[in-house]
Design a binder for this molecule. Structure first.
Ligand code: ADP
Ligand code: MG
Ligand code: ZN
Length: 501
């Protein structure tokens, strides 16, 4: 039975097949400079302003390895419980693409800096799945092509294309899992949880911005199906550049239902790359997959081999953050969270953000309040990850401090946050620009109080006669007149004073 043409019902896929996953995650390192030259490593910027002869691949330019990038690679490898190579080299991966000016990518091939590790991943219900890591290797990013004139931004239908090499040569670490088996119906969830846990770990290592929306964390998801009685893995597809955690889950699930239908009809899965479409959650065929031979890998002759001393590796091991699972336990105790609260915190991807907000001076309860409710709703509405919202933990802490000092009410604080999200500047700038300060000047408040009392003389009489609770209506009128910027408690005091009750 196929639920949708070309797709098998998910329950049937699980009944007839075992899914096998392989996840490749690329992360751009947030080093000051690029991988093999001194160009600044920043996101964006005027096109082609962060370039030099080396990252433009001009003849005769010589690369030099970025030591900080090697350090980050080793720390990532150690955090993933990998072996660190005693000696390894870069390799040239040869292919032509206009955004890659050298016509080869400097990468690592059979000698990765880190290999044979694992990462424990906790699923929503607390079950822990150990994902084996095959390797983590160093390479460089490519530039970006911009296709102009077409409706879709794709090369098809475009009038011309532009090239921006600012990103060419940005340090990348590629982390590749061994085939992940035995996850059954939970395969899509395991894929998402793995990327989420890895992202958290990289953030804690402070080696990358890990922004899936800006491409500093990118995931390619390999999926295949094995019939229940099969002894060998099936043919895999590789869905490229899946740009959010939610998309990772959807892409894996979609591929399972597509491959299930294909195999059930006696068809064959083609080994190919596929593209994920955010809009409808489907994947479509890309290019048929090259094999390693197509790339004509060979050792890079312009770079010296990397031979990290064991002393250095042990020094770096001391700089590792806690393991994600241990961190989870500690956070639960320290922030006094129920299992459900802890789960929510992780599910919305708020742990690091709350921790950073606490670091910036807020209480964990208030920090959690903002990230898990208002901001999580905002992220949901925009269909982005929480960390991708254009507000920083320091800014959230600033808003919390403004409420604490009485300069903002909770209601005004929400408006300030909206202003920051809309790109109007820091919380203080938004307060200034929108004129959102609590009106704490009594003379300004008194004028509004007098006006409200004069407009409702019968209520003024009631209050005067001792019915103090009638003051609520006047408080309401004053709050309305001051656009909610008054401190309601102070307004009430002024009303009582004014009528002489
Ligand atoms: P490529 O160069 O094709 O990207 P990699 O070795 O970098 O190959 O990554 C392939 C990924 O797919 C790895 O995570 C690997 O464990 C996984 N993988 C290998 N075979 C299968 C399979 N049959 N089904 C699913 N995943 C697979
Ligand atoms: Mg690969
Ligand atoms: Zn350069």
């Amino acid at each position: 039975m196929t639920a949708v043409a070309g797709l098998m019902d998910y329950a049937e896929v699980i009944e007839r097949f075992d899914p096998v996953l392989g996840l490749e995650v690329h992360t751009e390192l947030s080093t000051n400079t690029k991988m093999f030259c001194g160009c600044e490593n920043v996101f964006g910027g005027e096109p082609n302003t962060h370039t030099c002869p080396t990252c433009l691949g001009l003849p005769g330019a010589l690369p030099v390895v970025n030591g900080k990038a090697v350090e980050s690679a080793i720390r990532i490898g150690l955090a993933l419980n990998c072996q660190i190579a005693e000696w390894c080299r870069f390799a040239r991966k040869n292919y032509f693409y206009p955004d890659m000016p050298k016509n080869f990518q400097t990468s690592q091939y059979d000698e990765p800096i880190a290999f044979d590790g694992w990462l424990d991943v906790t699923l929503d219900d607390g079950e822990v799945v150990r994902v084996e890591i095959e390797r983590a290797h160093m390479e460089e990013d490519t530039g970006k092509s911009l296709h102009v004139g077409g409706a879709t931004g794709r090369i098809h239908g475009a009038d011309h294309s532009l090239l921006d090499y600012n990103r060419a040569g940005v340090p990348l670490i590629e982390i590749v899992t061994k085939p992940i088996t035995g996850t059954g119906a939970r395969a899509p969830e395991v894929a998402r949880a793995y990327v989420s846990t890895l992202r958290e770990l990289l953030r804690a290592l402070d080696v990358s911005d890990v922004r899936m929306d800006q491409g500093s964390l990118r995931c390619d998801a390999n999926v295949s199906l094995m019939a229940k009685d099969a002894t060998e893995f099936g043919t895999r597809t590789e869905t490229k550049n899946v740009n959010s955690l939610r998309s990772v889950e959807r892409a894996v699930r979609y591929e399972m239902t597509r491959q299930g239908a294909l195999l059930a009809e006696g068809g064959k899965v083609t080994q190919e790359t596929r593209h994920f479409q955010e809009a409808d959650g489907t994947t479509s065929a890309g290019r048929t997959k090259e094999t390693a031979e197509d790339y004509r890998y060979f050792p890079e002759p312009d770079l010296v081999p990397i031979a990290p001393s064991r002393e250095w590796v042990e020094e770096l091991r001391k700089t590792l953050p806690e393991k994600p699972a241990e961190r989870r336990k500690r956070i639960q105790t320290e922030w006094d969270l129920s299992d459900a609260e802890l789960r929510d915190l992780f599910n919305v991807g708020a742990v690091e953000l709350v921790a950073a907000t606490v670091e910036a001076g807020a209480s964990s309860k208030e920090a959690r309040g903002w990230w898990v409710s208002t901001l999580a709703q905002e992220a949901n509405a925009r269909e982005v990850e929480l960390a991708e919202l254009p507000i920083t933990p320091a800014q959230v802490a600033e808003v919390i401090a403004l409420v604490g000092s009485g300069e903002l009410t909770n209601k005004l604080a929400k408006e300030v946050v909206q202003g920051v999200l809309a790109g109007e500047g820091s919380p203080r700038e938004v307060v200034e620009k929108r004129g959102l300060k609590v009106v704490s000047d009594d003379s300004a408040l008194l004028a509004a109080v007098d006006e409200a009392l004069a407009a409702q003389p019968d209520i003024a009489d009631k209050i005067r006669g001792g019915k103090v609770q009638a003051a609520g209506a006047i408080v309401g009128a004053v709050m309305k007149a001051t656009k909610g910027q008054a401190d309601a408690k102070r307004v009430r005091e002024l009303i009582i004073e004014r009528v002489g009750a």
